[in-house]
Design a protein around this ligand. Structure first.
Ligand code: PLP
Ligand code: COI
Length: 338
């Protein structure tokens, strides 16, 4: 039986569900998945993940669909990205099959927590990989733990598909050139927290980071990719080696091409914000969140009408959500049934 939850008013917050799954790597192989319900775990006080940041994660969603099925959005892509993240910080990643098995299992075990179709909510899955060896000298762990948990969520920004205001963070960077901005390691999010607090204290809900070498080019938002629509209807996304390759972004580009839009992936100078009629943030949690304005000191760029999402981003948003909720044909084979 589904839990009694106000599904239509969920935010993006942790919620304890029935069970999570885990697997351990002992230096040779991964164990069978273990199911647990106690969210507390025991870990060594000198574990590599705690001291030296050997920790990376993923985020993906399962959707209850119109035909009654429950399906994941492109889980293979998340599995592959976890391998990239793990490799970059000298960790051992779970094979794709184990990752997908664990993700499916956590959805099955918590089926009462998967929001019903029609509520606009979804089940967010968080695979986490940590190095667990006892370390005081710096050296990669040999033992790892994969933990996959999940919970029902609503929109990341409380108003959902409604334009937010953003600002540029010039005091701190979150990703160095040839650093770890292109992978999903835990430390990136700690690096963005202070900037985020500053933005929020000034009334901006989203923080835009520029390339850390020159602060001339747009990189991405703290937890989502940047995308924009030009006045002549092109979709433009930044080309940078320091941004996370977003699965949502990749999918939106594909849809945009099908809609006949030209897609350009190129370095975007900050001043080129003037060329855009619509700006958005995209990611698993943010889906597409329209951005009304971007402020940098005294300079403010605005996009479209305040309080109103632009037409092109709205069309792309409806298409991707339509595919996810099974209202529009999944012509790319993106959805994987649980
Ligand atoms: N950029 C950052 C820094 C993120 O944390 C995320 C979220 O995962 C994204 C972009 C969007 O990626 P995806 O669409 O794969 O969720
Ligand atoms: C996601 O979109 O899955 C994210 O990772 C964003 C954030 C909650 C870390």
């Amino acid at each position: 039986m589904k839990k009694e939850i106000d599904w239509g008013n969920l935010g993006f917050q942790y919620m304890q569900t029935d069970s999570y799954v885990s697997s351990v790597f002992d230096g040779n192989s991964w164990s069978e998945l273990e199911v647990s319900s106690d969210p507390q775990m025991s870990i060594h006080i000198a574990a590599a993940c705690l001291h030296y940041g050997q920790s990376c994660f993923e985020g993906l969603k399962a959707f209850s669909r119109k035909d009654g099925s429950v399906a994941l959005f492109r889980p293979q892509e998340n599995a592959l990205r976890m391998i990239e993240s793990a490799n970059r910080i000298a960790m051992v990643a779970p094979p794709v099959e184990l990752f997908i098995e664990a993700v499916k299992k956590v959805v099955q075990l918590n089926s009462d927590w998967v929001p019903p179709y029609g509520e606009g909510a979804s089940f967010y899955i968080r695979p986490l990989l940590i190095g667990t060896d006892t370390r005081i000298g710096i050296r990669p762990s040999q033992n790892y733990r994969l933990i996959v948990l999940g919970m029902p969520v609503g929109p990341y920004y409380k108003d959902g598909f409604f334009p937010v205001k953003g600002c540029v963070q010039d005091s701190f960077d979150r990703a160095a050139p040839k650093g770890v901005g292109n992978v999903k390691v835990a430390g990136n999010y700690a690096a963005g927290m202070l900037g985020d607090i500053q933005s929020k204290s000034k009334g901006y809900s989203i923080t835009l980071y520029l390339d850390s070498a020159t602060h001339r080019y747009i990189d991405e938002f703290g937890t989502s990719n940047f995308l924009a629509i030009t006045h002549d209807n092109k979709l433009v996304v930044p080309k940078s080696e320091s941004i996370l390759p977003s699965i949502t972004n990749k999918s939106i580009q594909k849809i945009a091409e099908e809609f006949g839009l030209t897609v350009e992936c190129r370095p975007i100078e900050f001043e080129q914000l003037a060329d855009f009629s619509e700006v958005g943030a995209c990611g698993t949690a943010a889906v597409i969140t329209p951005v009304y304005s971007i402020t940098r000191g005294d300079q403010v760029f605005t996009f479209g009408e305040e309080g109103k999402a632009g037409k092109v981003l709205e069309k792309l948003y409806k298409e991707i959500q339509g595919i996810q909720f099974g209202e529009i044909e999944d012509r790319h084979g993106w959805m994987v049934e649980v």
